[in-house]
Write a protein that binds this ligand. Structure first.
Ligand code: C2E
Ligand code: MG
Ligand code: MG
Length: 576
């Protein structure tokens, strides 16, 4: 029966069942099966006796370790070297004490001395009385698996394009540095100025070439003094070691001067500037903190001093925190009724009459007081809150205009100017919203003037938005004229009726001939194009009389009337 059961079984499970079934003879007695299993096994199998001598050594062990059974049997396990001998004795003793181990990963050596990584498991072998007589060892070659795993780890550590440290690995290295020795390290964040333009214009392969060359240069500039990594895109990071807190600025400057040269790519030469921010790591334990600080310093460099390295300053963080706070509060400012409008008179220079007002938004902040638009309009632009805010301004000011019209005869001809921001222009529903607000307020379209700046006429979308607004019958004005790059001729294709000369030219009127020349040219060109002109920022009598003598029709400025609450404008209207 046993013979038959064994002969018919193909898998190990069956063999085990046979072995454990009460009427089966023990496998130990079945020499043939035992030989088949042990000698056919793809895993290296050996048996070690209590004194550490090899009792069995299968062909897979011969193949894996290079020693033949003849060489191994009766000796101490040959794969154990002098260094691993003590450990082997300990593990063997444990196995004999019925504490076997499994998948223990070890480096062992072959007969030719070459290393092999193996996963070793042991099984105590008992005699019929249950006493542990020997220990079975099973070894699996995991060299390739290990190598593959290591290659993967290596790959994950390296940025595939530039060969610098990849983001995740760089952050690990940085964290180790912070936990170990933060007092001598500085973090630099670098960014190529205008890289996106080059990438868009010359294609990704040129962009990639630039990044690769830059990375190479960065690596050699850093040398042994630190580690360089790429966070993504054109953003690079360097961990500089051996930098004292007092040398932070110098270290950043030195690094930048070592890399700031033109880059050859795609057969051309690109002079791409590099901006950087640096922060000393002393006292920092958190990776995010140093990264954020270096990033703030980099942003500052990019905004106000491109091509330089800025050192992080606590004020940058405070400002960023405030920005974030304002950003969240701004989202509710309209709902909380904190948005206030002031109105600045626009004056006819010939008659002195107020021909209109410009609505200028303010934020009555519960803690910071009355904030000018410079403090929150750019913020609202970047978050998109300007869309809601802008419509609110438009609605409020149109209602106000209607109010004035009803109360004061002198307000019948008054034109209301409202500023539009670029983000609003990109809203597809803008013209519809404006029309609805005009109808609701009962204000004729011709009484509303929308002010946009020159750079808002750049794209086809902008052009379309302007044309649609023009079709509604509202007037369009170019605000801050002269601060952009467009020429008046180029602007002729848009339906503008008014041009506002930026206050910087008015400010320079009395001090030099240049600003005067620009104003003269603008006035004469406007006249020939049929555009009305408003001069902004008139502060002195001298400016006023010069503008008058140059033939400027209208102006606004502190001299003629500050931006003021609606009631103050009402008082003015009541007097005329
Ligand atoms: P802007 O449209 O050019 O408005 C004129 C700015 O010049 C106002 O600043 C005004 O207070 C200031 N100003 C007027 N006369 C003088 C003067 O004689 N001297 C000087 N130094 N300044 C004068 P404000 O109110 O701070 O507004 C700044 C800018 O914020 C505005 O420039 C406009 O671009 C933007 N803005 C204001 N309200 C809104 C709004 O409701 N929506 C949008 N999108 N932008 C707005
Ligand atoms: Mg304006
Ligand atoms: Mg302006």
């Amino acid at each position: 029966v046993t013979e038959k059961a064994v002969g018919e079984s193909h898998g190990g499970d069956d063999a085990t069942t046979t072995a454990s079934s009460p009427d089966a003879t023990s496998l130990w007695s079945d020499a043939e099966l035992l030989r088949a299993v042990v000698y056919g096994s793809p895993l290296a199998i050996y048996v070690v006796g209590p004194s550490g001598l090899v009792e069995l050594w299968n062909p897979a062990a011969e193949r894996l370790f290079g020693w033949t059974a003849d060489q191994a049997i009766g000796r101490r396990l040959p794969i154990v070297s002098d260094e691993t001998s003590a450990e082997f004795d300990r593990l063997l003793a444990l196995a004999f004490a019925d504490q076997p181990f499994s998948d223990l990963e070890r480096v062992r050596h072959r007969s030719d001395g070459s290393p092999v990584v193996v996963a070793i498991s042991t099984v105590p072998l008992r005699d019929s009385k249950g006493a542990i007589r020997a220990v079975l060892g099973v070894a699996e070659d995991i060299t390739d698996r290990r190598a593959a795993e290591e290659a993967l780890v290596c790959q994950a550590r390296q940025d595939s394009l530039t060969g610098l440290f990849a983001r995740g690995y760089f952050l690990e290295v940085l964290e180790k540095q912070l936990l170990g020795d933060a007092a001598t390290a500085a973090l630099v964040m670098l960014d190529l100025d205008g890289f996106k333009d080059v990438n868009d214009r010359f294609g990704h392969h040129v962009g990639d070439e630039i990044l690769t060359s830059f990375a190479q240069r960065l690596r050699s500039a850093v040398g042994e003094r630190g580690d360089a990594g790429r966070l993504g895109g054109d953003e690079f990071v360097v961990l500089l070691r051996g930098v004292g807190e007092n040398n932070t600025a110098e270290a950043g400057r030195a690094l930048l001067s070592g890399i700031d040269r033109p880059i050859r790519a795609g057969g051309r030469e690109f002079s791409i500037g590099v901006s950087a921010g640096i922060v000393h790591c002393r006292g920092s334990t958190r990776v995010e903190e140093v990264l954020r600080r270096a990033d703030l310093a980099l942003l500052e460099a990019k905004h106000s001093h491109p091509g330089t390295c800025r050192v992080f300053d606590q004020r940058m963080e405070d400002a960023a925190v405030e920005r974030l706070l304002l950003e969240t509060q701004l989202a509710n400012a309209v709902a909380r009724d904190e948005i206030v409008l002031h109105y600045q008179p626009i004056i006819d220079l010939a008659t002195g009459a107020m021909t209109g007002v410009e609505a200028l938004v303010r934020w009555e902040h519960p803690r910071l007081g009355l904030l000018p638009p410079a403090r929150f309009v750019p913020l609202a632009e970047s978050t998109g809150a300007i869309v809601e805010l802008g419509l609110h301004v438009l609605r409020e000011s149109c209602n106000q205009l209607r109010q004035w019209e009803l109360e004061y005869p002198s307000a019948k001809q008054m034109v209301l100017s409202v500023n539009l921001s670029p983000r609003q222009m990109r809203e597809p529903g803008l013209a519809g919203d404006v029309a609805a607000i005009l109808v609701e307020a009962g204000v004729a379209a011709s009484r509303l003037q929308l002010e946009v700046t020159e750079h808002m006429t750049a794209t086809d979308e902008d052009e379309e938005a302007l044309v649609r607004l023009g079709l509604l019958g509202v007037q369009l004005a170019i605000d801050d004229f002269g601060t952009g790059y467009s020429s008046l001729i180029a602007l002729r294709r848009f339906p503008f009726s008014t041009l506002k000369i930026d206050r910087s030219f008015v400010a320079g009127l009395s001090s030099g001939w240049e600003d005067r020349a620009i104003i003269v040219a603008t006035l004469s060109l406007s006249e020939s194009l049929g555009l009305a002109v408003i001069a902004e920022g008139v502060e002195t009598e001298v400016q006023l009389s010069m503008l008058r003598s140059l033939g400027c029709e209208r102006a606004q400025g502190f001299l003629l009337g500050r931006p003021q609450p609606a009631e103050a404008i009402s008082a003015l209207l009541a007097r005329t």
